[in-house]
Each structure stands twice: as C-alpha cells, then as structure tokens.
Design a protein around this ligand. Sequence first.
Ligand code: APR
Length: 235
Amino acid sequence: MKKKLVVLSGAGVSAESGFATFRDTGGLWEQYNVNDVASIEGWYRNRKLVLDFYNERRLQLRDASPNAAHLAIAALEKDYDVDVITQNVDNLHERAGSTRVLHLHGELTKVRPENGEYDLDGSEKEVIDIGYEKVVLGDLAPNGCQLRPHIVFFGEAVPKIEKAISLVQEADIMLIVGTSLQVYPAAGLYRYAKFETPVYIIDPASVPVSDPRIVHIKDVATKGMEKFIEMLGNS
Ligand code: APR
C-alpha cells in the first residue's frame, strides 16, 4: 500500500510561476489593503473594487503556467497516495496534474451567489465555474442574486477545514510548501499530524514554528522539491 503524503501549500509554491506572494516584500498586501479587497466587510463596502481585484488575478492565472514544484508534487502520485491542501486560489496544482486538491480558501475560476449557503455547509451546489471570465456588478446567479468570487474572505468561516484536518490526521508524511504560516486555521493544520509523522517545510525564509518533527528545507519551491524527493528516497 502506498504511504499517505499530505501537502499543504501556500502562495510561495506559485511564486516561480510569476505570482506575487501576500506578505513578502513587494507582496500583494503591500499594494492593496487586505481589508478592502479580501474581507467580507470590504465586499459589502465596495463590491466593484473586490470584483475588479479578482478579475485581474483571474486574467493573470489564465496566462500563467505551473512550475517545476507543482509538477513535482503531481508526480509524487506515482509512488504515494497524495492529497494536496492548498491555501491558493489558483488552479496550478490541477493544471500540473494533481488529482486530489482541496482548496481551503476557495478558487479564482469559480463564483457563487452572495446569499448562498456555502458558508453554512461548504456545499458546492451553487458554485459556478466561470473559467477566466470577468464578473461585474449586475452579473446574477440563477437565484437572481449578485455573483461573488468563490473565495473565503477574512472574517468568514473556512468550511473545508474539517476535511483538511482529517486528511492531516491520516498522513504518514506531511509536506508544507511556501506558506508563512500566519493565517489560521490553515497554519495550525500540521499539529493534527500523528506524532511519528515527519513534517517537511520548504521555504526560503525562516519558519515561525519549532517542533522536533519539522525538517526545514530552506530553499525556493522548485529547488526545495528536488531536495525533498532526494530525502524521501533516502529515508
Ligand atoms: N518558494 C517557496 N516559498 C516561497 C517562495 C518560493 N519561490 N517565495 C516566497 N516564499 C515563501 C515566503 O518566504 C513565505 O513564507 O512563501 C511564503 C508566502 O507567505 P504568504 O505571502 O503569507 O502566503 P500564504 O502563507 O499562502 O498566505 C496565507 O493569506 O492573505 C491570505 O488568503 C491568503 O491564502 C492566503 C493566506
């Protein structure tokens, strides 16, 4: 039986595909006010601003490609039973070939009615795939309500966290790539791993956690994945 490998990824895994991270120097939260474009209060204050912000990200995603780190994560499925839990709203893991991807913070290519029930039950039944199309004020869902990005805004619940926790609890190996581990509940997920489960972190910056199980591979995602795969081979 294949070992269960759970990957938790963040903005850093897509950095080498040309996406700015959020909290690094030059990151998105230096250019935009997070409370304006990524909070539920911001949405109700100025829907157009929020729609424009995600329209721009969606266009950028259309023209981006998965990098060697996304591809290496997908290729692990040959030897491991892999689940990817991503905080990213891009679809680069899927486009690299990963087959089980759980999007904790939503997906750029999807929208849903602003009065939908997603927050309550995490159900995707009202979620619509729009690909790389724009959404503007006045674009309505079948129920007659304004469409909103299928994004978990700050201030909202994270409906998929329970599923993510159970995946981490079952992991034999955990890999964390490119996240500053500043945003909860995602940042606390690794604590649900079994005590004997090794936890690898790939990040060029120092990591804000100390735990004897953690092996820090201090490198960018593409190079770090090469080192991680070598370590797996030797373990
Ligand atoms: N390879 C790997 N990691 C990298 C690279 C790279 N090439 N470049 C930067 N990083 C690392 C940074 O050192 C940092 O630790 O990626 C991390 C990015 O951290 P954040 O910008 O905070 O992104 P993330 O952790 O994904 O943010 C979590 O915050 O605003 C929200 O909802 C948004 O899902 C996001 C959440």
